[in-house]
Design a protein. Structure first.
Length: 456
């Protein structure tokens, strides 16, 4: 625990809630069990919190949930006197408890800006791991609500939803081909904030409403993913949280788990490996046996990548083996568009990257044939990422000629895809070949890159 000043706010809120120190400790322990945590807090622990000690991990969120439940309204961490570094921003804490609140806040978030500038999280801060704590916990423990028929606003029917789904599929394809930093990212935000969210304020029955919330969740997820690809990690995080809430409203637990899995990749990319592992653990726990083979495999791959970046070879290889086993368990329903990328080549690609992160380039290169089997025209960015991984692995393995060959091939993709992630992968390759900076072949490649940039 860390020490702060006496927590007067927590003292007063506990008094208002008429909850004793012993009762608070007991309820926190009980709620922790539902979250998969083994806690043993006592009234003495609560006394330390009141004196200013700040519990680690998920405990502040559990305290907040317990007291919120007791007084009958949702409290923020700030209202309990916890310091800013664990509270996050007001927007990201916004995981409304009720569907009506979700609709109202979503509409309010877009109502004050012109259409071309509509964005929930303009000027969002950088990635903050604490922002995921409360939404993830609430996604896990709160029951799904029934969507009620709405009788106000313009009529929304299944045709409206189908038009959104057509746009979602187009954006998904363009993102793979052009990168999230270009047209697809703008399209995702525009469709979400100018079409899907306004439709939530219309009139629809339960069936249409569920499909509408599901489509809105996918658009929020796409916005999060394209923002991540563009290097906007704070914005990405906030859209992942919003996507998780829309998925909860749609009672789509598997998609909520998928959102957490992609958020895990984002956390790994920025170096927060423990948060990445926590997100995949929560996703797997929440979805349980409702996970399809592809979804189960995806979550295990995300976890393996986090373990690899943290240097844990044993857990990495165990997760990779389980991901392979899950994907080959049985036939999969290919109608789930957001899992179409989960092919054997994806497992090979993540395995290759994991071994590169573990500084085992020879094992990375053992995956080459499978890694490069992905359809280049459909998954342009992925092909570029994989070329960068192979080039970097050859360089680390001391094999200059193939490293330069694959590095040049990678750049032919890098220059036409607007992706911060792809640029980062290519820059890693460039750093790796600095050890040959006086070599004629390397100098020739560097001059070729400069001439290519000048010609753009």
């Amino acid at each position: 625990m860390t020490k702060s000043d006496h927590n007067e706010a927590l003292t007063q809120v506990m008094k208002s809630a008429q909850i004793s120190r012993k009762s608070l400790a007991l309820r926190v322990n009980q709620l922790g069990i539902r979250y998969g945590l083994t806690l043993s807090y006592t009234h003495t622990s609560v006394s330390r919190w009141l004196a200013g000690s700040i519990p680690r991990g998920q405990t502040p969120i559990l305290i907040c949930e317990v007291i919120s439940e007791r007084i009958g309204r949702s409290l923020s961490l700030r209202e309990l006197g916890f310091p800013p570094e664990i509270c996050g921003s007001p927007e990201a804490e916004d995981y409304p408890a009720h569907i009506d609140d979700l609709v109202m806040r979503s509409l309010r978030g877009i109502s004050s800006a012109p259409i071309h500038r509509r964005d929930f999280f303009r000027g969002a801060a950088t990635f903050t791991s604490a922002l995921y704590m409360r939404p993830t916990l609430r996604w896990l423990i709160e029951p799904s609500e029934d969507i009620q028929t709405r009788m106000t606003g313009p009529k929304v029917d299944l045709d409206t939803v189908e038009r959104l789904l057509v746009q979602i599929n187009a954006i998904r394809i363009l993102d793979s081909q052009l990168g999230g930093g270009s047209l697809p990212g703008h399209m995702a935000k525009l469709c979400l904030n100018s079409e899907a969210i306004p439709a939530l304020g219309g009139s629809y029955d339960t069936q249409v409403g569920r499909r509408l919330f599901s489509a809105t969740a996918e658009l929020a997820r796409l916005t999060a993913w394209t923002s991540l690809d563009a290097g906007e990690h704070g914005t990405s995080q906030r859209y992942f949280i919003r996507a998780l809430r829309f998925a909860k409203a749609a009672s789509d637990v598997p998609f909520g788990a998928f959102v957490l899995g992609q958020a895990s990749y984002g956390a790994t990319f920025v170096g927060d490996f423990q948060t990445a592992i926590d997100l995949t653990t929560s996703a797997a726990k929440g979805v349980g046996d409702r996970a399809s083979p592809k979804l189960a495999s995806f979550l295990l791959l995300a976890q393996a990548r986090a373990y690899a970046r943290s240097g844990d070879r044993y857990r990495t290889e165990r997760a990779l083996a389980r991901a392979q086993e899950a994907l080959t368990a049985k036939e999969e329903d290919n109608r789930i568009g957001w899992l179409n990328f989960m092919l054997p080549s994806r497992i090979a690609a993540d395995t290759a990257e994991a071994y590169l992160d573990l500084s085992l380039p020879a094992l990375t290169l053992s995956q080459n044939d499978a890694v490069l089997s992905v359809p280049k025209s459909s998954y342009v960015r992925s092909h570029g990422l994989r070329l960068c991984v192979i080039a970097t692995a050859y360089a680390r393995n001391g094999e200059k000629e193939p490293a330069l060959h694959y590095g040049q091939a990678a750049y032919l993709v890098v220059h036409r895809v607007n992706s911060n992630r792809l640029n980062a992968y290519f820059n890693r390759f460039l750093r790796e070949i600095r050890k040959w900076s006086t070599d004629a072949d390397v100098m020739e490649l560097q001059e070729w890159l400069r001439s290519f940039d000048r010609a753009k």
